[in-house]
Design a protein around this ligand. Structure first.
Ligand code: SAM
Length: 207
């Protein structure tokens, strides 16, 4: 079984927009306890790989799926965590030229998915602002990592500025879509933005 009900949300998002394919390299932000990791590991199959990041420790997955998964414990709002993720992914969009490829041969990233959520204070405007900040961090990380054609999924609580985030994602992808998967509908305010098909990934200056 899955570790979290959240697993079904990723399944629904993937059914809707085909976010993850066999052989992909996927980065999963806010991955604990690991439901999305389980779904992503299934979808990428034996030729793929998944990098999961969370503030919390993530217990190893079972059996062969664990061979496809690497986890990083860290805070995605900190630059050094983002650097560790980029390293684990082989250097990001221009990684093919620079990766010293360690034990894992992960290429440019095909999908970045974020289910990050803040600790709830109970004050909606504060929780919403924190959620938006985490979503912005995920978007920046996606732009550093994603290959041309790559996909992005991010959770955000509904509120002011979500339309701006949606528009900014739309500038970088073929299209952007907002959806509330059935598995979340009673829980209200969260939506997922899906950026499909990254437009040309620029080579980072200085490399
Ligand atoms: N998708 C997960 C699953 O299927 O098991 C559930 C994710 S849970 C809704 C949100 C996660 O975001 C929490 O585990 C939390 O620790 C993580 N998170 C929140 N802020 C974070 C940050 N700054 N950096 C990394 N992870 C963060």
């Amino acid at each position: 079984g899955y570790r979290s009900r959240a697993a079904y949300k990723l399944k629904q998002l993937d059914e809707l927009e085909n976010v993850i394919s066999g052989g992909d390299t996927v980065v999963d932000l806010g991955a604990a306890p690991g439901g999305w990791l389980q779904v992503a590991a299934e979808k990428v199959g034996p030729q793929g790989s998944v990098i999961g990041v969370d503030l919390q420790r993530i217990k190893d997955l079972d059996g062969t799926e664990n061979e496809r998964v690497e986890t990083i414990r860290g805070d995605m709002t900190e630059e050094r965590t983002r650097e560790r993720v980029i390293d684990a992914a082989g250097g990001g969009v221009d990684g093919a030229a620079t990766a010293a490829s360690p034990e894992r041969a992960s290429g440019p990233v095909d999908a970045v998915v974020s289910d990050m959520a803040p600790n709830m204070s109970g004050e909606y405007s504060l929780d919403q602002a924190r959620s938006l900040h985490l979503a912005r961090q995920a978007f920046e990380t996606a732009l550093e990592l994603l290959d041309t054609g790559g996909n992005f999924v991010v959770k955000v609580f509904q509120g002011p500025d979500v339309d701006d985030l949606r528009a900014d994602i739309g500038d970088e992808f073929q299209y952007v879509r907002a959806t509330a998967p059935k598995a979340t509908r009673n829980e209200s305010s969260e939506i997922y933005l899906i950026g499909k098909g990254r437009l040309t990934a620029p080579i980072r200056a200085g490399d």
